[in-house]
Write a protein that binds this ligand. Structure first.
Ligand code: NI
Length: 177
């Protein structure tokens, strides 16, 4: 399992800015390896999602771990493996909330996202799926999908004043308890 954990590339690395290519053969050993490595790396980093470009792999694949608000991070939900996704907003409702990224350690920003999305994608067995996601899970899907287009959450913040360090974020969260 340890050998499946890869280094996550960070902000400034030009690979994060590339538009990733669609997967043509879902069942190929390369794609199977990629999925295993993405999941292991996400788990080791305690992330709620990770996209292939964050490992320097230019393919339209990401993993979402659908934690819900208020859950502790000890019980990990079954990850959703997403290949060649297409996201469509449901309605016009948006919501602002804090977002972080494994490729931008130590920093969070307020990002506006659609509250509800339809997601069509291919699963690791090659099956076409369509699911409806909302709230935090919809946010994670939009964040990870952005990575496939070379977009970072920092591109979506309205002001530098909407940034906070991790340390300050947790200090404020503690204060509000
Ligand atoms: Ni990210």
């Amino acid at each position: 399992m340890m050998k499946d954990i890869r280094e996550i590339i960070e902000l400034g690395n030009p690979l994060l800015r590339e538009v990733a290519k669609p997967v043509t053969d879902v069942q190929s050993p390369e794609v199977k390896d990629l999925i295993r490595v993405l999941d292991a790396t996400c788990k080791a980093s305690k992330g709620m999602g990770i996209a292939a470009p964050q490992l320097g792999v230019s393919l339209r694949v990401f993993v979402v771990v659908p934690y819900q608000y208020g859950t502790d991070f000890k019980i990990r939900p079954e990850p959703i493996i997403v290949i060649n996704p297409k996201l469509t907003p449901v309605g016009r409702k948006t919501e602002e909330d804090w977002e972080g990224c494994l490729s931008i350690p130590g920093l969070r920003g307020i990002v506006s996202r659609h509250t509800q999305m339809n997601v069509s994608y291919i699963d690791p067995d090659g099956e076409s799926k369509t699911i409806k996601v909302d709230d935090l899970v919809a946010r994670i899907f939009q964040h990870e999908n952005d990575h496939l287009d070379g977009v970072m959450f920092l591109d979506r913040i309205l002001s530098v004043k909407d940034l906070i360090t991790d340390r300050e974020y947790f200090r404020q969260a503690e204060e509000q308890k």
